[in-house]
Design a protein around this ligand. Structure first.
Ligand code: NAD
Length: 400
């Protein structure tokens, strides 16, 4: 392996792998090193809590490219390797094992790590803070029909995995501190309807509660909750949010806050170093505010964008990412500021099932959630980009 590369990408997730494509769009020959902490080739994360559980995809299908792609495109891979130190003055990066590499341009696509619960037994062996392919493989191996699972957290991971495990005929108990699941994105009435569906499907819901300890009775995990419940289960999955991985950026003295701070060209505070994906705190042009976004489409497009800019494009990031979820029969695609604290206007074709929810601020559409309405993300983006005051009645029938 060489010791100096034109481009070094730290992070073998979607943003890192997309950056390879972005670089190659503009530079066919520059040498590239991709460093990834996981031993796997870069893969898509959404199927880990969705399609892989429903027989709609196999594990082999989730990889973005096979090894031959990286060979063909002249990309050296250092997988199962954690970068531990960054020296911007010397333009070198050091791996935990001691190897060091020089870079011309560097991308930090280090993503996020799951937040751990600071409670007794919080790091008990076998408790799964669900995030990556190994977590899926571990859980899948234990998730036989008739087994039981405690799912902690009522956000994206909790709601998707509780549905997936119930569909796979496990006995599922969800625990989360809010009154309703997915309360960050769903308006109350919709959260209530979705939650009722979970209960009708047989998911036990312990809302307004949280675990205070995890233990083990020899055969099973034992979860105790703040309200005094004790639940024995074969599996415990935790999805209580993620935190950006900033250690490397900090070691190099880069500006960090709620993420690695980048400008609209995705450049960090240090020359020739870029950041993209879950860990980048960037100016979200369309919404007019700086943000960090933890979704698939954002990592995909921003990673590619950073790659192009590293290879000389110098284009401001203007993408308006979307995200999607599957909660039993209720599926949606959404874009923009989908925040349940905003005023909302719902245009239902079938109440709480099929229709569109508009999220409004000062009379302007900031976000759109399309519930069981598909392939309309571009129309929603145009509406948000218009940035015009609109009366809710004018929105009726706009997206069908
Ligand atoms: P999240 O922020 O969506 O949800 C966190 C949940 O944990 C919330 O329900 C919160 O109330 C709960 N919680 C917080 N403290 C708790 C405690 N002490 N006990 C019990 N519950 C507690 O985060 P997540 O579900 O962990 O997802 C992680 C990341 O993965 C997110 O960035 C998300 O965007 C991403 N993701 C996205 C999708 C999608 O877009 N469809 C799917 C899966 C994961």
């Amino acid at each position: 392996m060489k010791s100096d590369y034109d481009y070094v990408i730290v992070g073998g997730g979607l943003a890192g792998a997309s950056a390879v494509e972005g670089i190659r769009e503009r530079d066919a020959a520059g040498s590239i090193l991709l460093i990834g902490e996981e031993v796997h080739l870069p893969y898509d994360r959404p199927p880990l809590s969705k399609k892989l559980w429903f027989g709609k995809k196999n594990v082999e299908d989730i990889f973005l490219h096979d090894r031959a792609f990286y060979d063909t495109h002249g990309v050296a891979l250092a997988l199962g390797a954690a970068a531990s130190r960054l020296d911007p003055a010397a333009k070198r990066i050091t791996l935990a094992g001691g190897a060091t590499y020089g870079y011309g341009k560097l991308l930090l696509a280090t993503g996020c790590k799951p937040r751990h619960l600071d409670i007794p037994g919080g790091d008990l062996d076998g408790i799964c803070y669900f995030r990556d392919l190994d977590d899926y493989l571990h859980t899948r191996g234990k998730a036989a029909e008739g087994k039981s699972a405690v799912v902690v957290g009522g956000g994206f991971i909790g709601s998707e995995l509780a549905a997936a495990l119930n569909i796979n005929k496990l006995d599922v108990t969800m625990i989360f501190p809010g009154e309703l699941l997915c309360d960050r994105v769903l308006p109350d009435y919709l959260g209530r309807a979705v939650q009722q569906r979970y209960q009708e499907k047989g998911v036990r819901i312990l809302a307004s509660d949280k675990p205070v300890s995890f233990g083990n009775n020899g055969n099973q995990f034992v979860t105790r909750t703040w309200k005094g419940e004790t639940i024995a289960s074969d599996i415990v999955i935790v999805g209580v949010g993620v935190v950006p991985d900033l250690e490397l950026a900090r070691s190099g003295g880069l500006e960090v806050g709620n993420g690695i701070v980048v400008n609209e060209y995705l450049e960090t505070s240090s020359p020739d170093i870029y950041a993209a994906g879950d860990n980048a705190f960037f100016p979200y042009r369309v919404l007019g505010q700086a943000m960090r976004i933890e979704h698939w489409d954002h990592a995909l497009i921003q990673g590619r964008w950073a790659g192009r800019n590293m290879a000389g494009a110098h284009e401001p990031y203007t993408h308006l990412p979307y995200f999607f979820s599957d909660l039993f029969e209720f599926g949606y695609e959404a874009t923009g500021e989908v925040d349940s604290r905003l005023e909302t206007f719902a245009d239902w074709q079938k109440e709480n099932e099929t229709g569109v929810i508009y999220y409004l601020r000062d009379g302007k559409v900031r976000g759109v959630m399309m519930c069981n309405v598909w392939d309309k993300v571009e129309t929603a983006r145009e509406l948000i980009r218009k940035d015009e005051t609109v009366s809710p009645e004018k929105l009726r029938g706009l997206i069908r």
